[in-house]
Design a protein around this ligand. Structure first.
Ligand SMILES: Cc1cc2nc3c(=O)[nH]c(=O)nc-3n(C[C@H](O)[C@H](O)[C@H](O)COP(=O)(O)OP(=O)(O)OC[C@H]3O[C@@H](n4cnc5c(N)ncnc54)[C@H](O)[C@@H]3O)c2cc1C
Length: 416
């Protein structure tokens, strides 16, 4: 059986689903047929009154908030599951929070209402699937990609059950181990960090003050991200052996380690959620497109989670790709020509360089703070002190973290 679409998105995670909904909500795509192929479509999370907070949460930037608002998804997120934070305090293992060797970012200094939000991934994802743009205009196909065939004027996705789906443009958003990327013959650069991210939620003796706290330890940073119910969500980057122990050890022992890892900044800690660990890898696709095919999100780039940027960069990819395609359609491009490499190269040039800056910055920070060399330790603390005193440097970094600095898509640069 054969079916045809103008755009077929492979992988309906947060980024792929968001791209589909953004395209569907843009007037230039009004007559286009858009589909998402997803192996495991999400189910509705527990209703708003549920107290349960899932293990996987993300720091969502201002730019991502604007993208999600555009498709009507942000408006669907239950308020009590959206945890705004106003401050971020980052310090070196040998420094002190709010003291020497630290940097303090504050919403009041950035002219923004807050610095971002902590939201469960499953709620972000569901809000996108439940958004008017997605529900009314996007065809959801449940199935697994197994092959890709490329012709001059279209590409065909072959599913594991034998179905064949033709499209003028295929968007690969099937995550960091992307099969579509491999099938399209696109190579990657990158390396394993030999670190893992240990995640859980905790209750702390002292209130988190709507602040994201991050302390850089020699094996990797530990972050306490504030949740609306007073708990904090932990992301602790550490060695694989240590991460395994943190998942398996007695809760009291892990709580003690977490208390000390943050230098008792929020007092004693009690575990208050499930535990998990994730391997960490940097991946960057050498090309973002070929004829009839383009990459977005983790399929194009996987970044260390220490700056909470992964999905935020993916949402920026989605907004940029929609912007480029909409401009081409506006200039008279036939919808059947959407997959031309000449068109997709405009997106590639734009987003590949922006993502390379983010990947490089975050990788550099991880290496700089991971070094045990005494001279580097001194340089780190001095650098943090200098940056903390420079409003210009802080505004630049906050602009990047909020996703509205650099060469951001027009959708996220202005309030609507
Ligand atoms: C510990 C940790 C903390 C993080 N914290 C943050 C944070 O605070 N802020 C932030 O911005 N980012 C964060 N990230 C990164 C973020 O989670 C990812 O960048 C984001 O989930 C990537 O989304 P995606 O849609 O590109 O890919 P994915 O979420 O991997 O989605 C890919 C989708 O494709 C589907 N799929 C795969 N193969 C096939 C196939 N063959 N056929 C059909 N469908 C397929 C999958 O089922 C899945 O739904 C963190 C990551 C980690 C590990």
């Amino acid at each position: 059986m054969k079916t045809g679409f103008h755009i077929l998105v492979i992988g309906g995670g947060m980024v792929g689903a968001c791209f589909a909904a953004l395209a569907a909500s843009n007037r230039h795509f009004a007559d286009l047929r858009i589909a998402v192929l997803e192996a495991q479509p999400p189910t509705m999370p527990p209703p708003e009154s549920g107290d349960e907070v899932d293990l996987r949460v993300s720091a969502i930037s201002r730019a991502s908030e604007r993208v999600l608002r555009e498709i009507g998804a942000w408006q669907l997120l239950p308020g009590r599951h959206v945890s705004a934070y106003d401050d971020m305090i980052v310090w070196d293992a040998e420094g002190k929070p709010r003291g020497s060797g630290s940097i303090h970012f504050s919403a009041s200094e950035s002219g923004e209402p807050n610095l971002g939000y902590i939201v469960e991934n499953r709620r972000v994802l569901w809000s996108i699937y439940d958004s008017p743009a997605f529900r009314n205009r996007v065809t959801l196909l449940r199935g697994e990609l197994a092959g890709l065939e490329f012709e001059d004027d279209h590409a065909t996705a072959v599913l594991s059950d034998g179905r064949r789906i033709e499209a003028a443009l295929i968007v690969g958003s099937d995550g960091s181990s992307s099969l579509s990327r491999k099938l399209a013959g696109i190579e990657t650069t990158g390396w394993d960090y030999e670190q893992r991210a240990f995640v859980t939620h905790v209750r702390t003796q002292h209130p988190h003050e709507r602040t994201a706290w991050q302390r850089f330890l020699p094996d990797g940073p530990i972050a306490y991200l504030p949740l609306a119910d007073g708990r904090s969500s932990i992301v602790w980057t550490t060695t694989p052996e240590h991460a395994e122990r943190l998942v398996a050890d007695a809760p009291e022992q892990v709580a003690k380690e977490l208390t000390l890892a943050l230098d008792c900044t929020l007092g004693l800690v009690e575990l208050a959620g499930p535990r998990g660990q994730f391997p960490l890898r940097l991946t960057h696709a050498k090309d973002y497109c070929r004829e009839r095919f383009v990459l977005v999100g983790d399929a194009a780039h996987a970044i260390h989670p220490l700056a909470g940027q992964g999905v935020n960069l993916g949402f920026l990819d989605s907004a940029a790709l929609v912007e480029v395609l909409a401009e081409e359609l506006d200039a008279g491009l036939s919808p059947t020509a959407l997959g031309e490499r000449r068109v997709l190269r405009r997106y590639e040039r734009w987003r590949k360089s922006e993502n390379a800056v983010a990947l490089g910055l975050v990788d550099g920070l991880n290496k700089l703070f991971g070094s045990r060399a005494i001279t580097l330790g001194w340089a780190r603390r001095t650098g943090l002190n200098i940056m903390d005193g420079s409003m210009l440097a802080k505004r630049f970094l906050m602009g990047r973290a909020l996703g509205i600095g650099g060469d951001a898509p027009s959708l996220v640069r202005t309030h609507r």
